[in-house]
Write a new protein. Structure first.
Length: 97
């Protein structure tokens, strides 16, 4: 397991935040060759505890900043060739967003 890389990624995401959780999925792609190196992707991240933000302005600003990253396109789409084409058609999923 690439612990050092995962720790560096988690610390990079959590810089300037308190109680920030990052979940990783670790494995190899389906149908990989034998001895393929493990890779990881971020499954989920969450700021805790969200119940302490009693002030609605703080929660609203957090939501604004969170979604601003998506609106500005500051993310990377990772293609997933393991999703069956039938599901993509049914769910109307595209690779480009």
């Amino acid at each position: 397991i690439p612990w050092e890389e995962m720790i560096a990624q988690a610390e990079s995401l959590s810089t300037g935040k308190d109680m920030f959780r990052v979940d990783f999925l670790v494995g190899v792609p389906r149908y990989s060759e034998e001895n393929t190196e493990l890779t990881f992707v971020i499954s989920e991240s969450e700021i805790h505890p969200n119940s302490v933000f009693c002030n609605p302005f703080i929660a609203e600003e957090m939501a604004r900043l969170w979604t601003a990253g998506y609106k500005l396109g500051r993310f990377a789409v990772i293609p997933n060739p393991e999703i069956p084409i039938e599901y993509k058609i049914h769910a109307n999923i595209t690779e480009t967003w």
